[in-house]
Design a protein around this ligand. Structure first.
Ligand SMILES: [Cu+2]
Length: 120
């Protein structure tokens, strides 16, 4: 009886871990930054608690500009090698010299993520 309930408990734990793991994977896959990158755009607008467009693709050497346009709500841009102030207006720019995939986030708002794909 005792060992039987122990097995049930282990199975339940495995089930919970499996569900948790699946949920995490689904969550990351749904990140806005994973949207297909838009080409021909070098300006990203921080508005409505999102980066629009959330993903862009540019050639090496491109200066990308972020424009802050979300009323009184401040945002920032933080990526590997570039970081802005918290801003409610104005712009922030960064030149991407090298090819690569650059993910960035607004540290003030969970899920406010973006991506710059530098290729060409
Ligand atoms: Cu933000």
């Amino acid at each position: 009886m005792r060992s039987g309930s122990g097995i049930v408990r282990v199975r339940l734990l495995v089930l919970v871990l499996t569900i948790t793991s699946a949920a995490c994977q689904a969550g990351s896959a749904r990140s806005a930054a994973d949207a297909a990158p838009v080409t021909g755009v070098t300006e990203v607008v921080a508005k409505d608690l999102r980066f629009q467009p959330p993903a862009i693709q540019v050639p090496p050497g491109t200066e990308v500009t972020w424009r802050f346009d979300d009323g009184s709500v401040p945002h920032n841009v933080k990526g590997d090698g570039f970081v802005s102030q918290n801003q409610t207006k104005g712009t922030f720019a960064h030149r991407f010299a090298r090819s690569g995939e650059y993910r960035y986030t607004c540290t003030l708002h969970a899920g406010m993520d973006g991506r710059v794909v530098v290729t060409g």
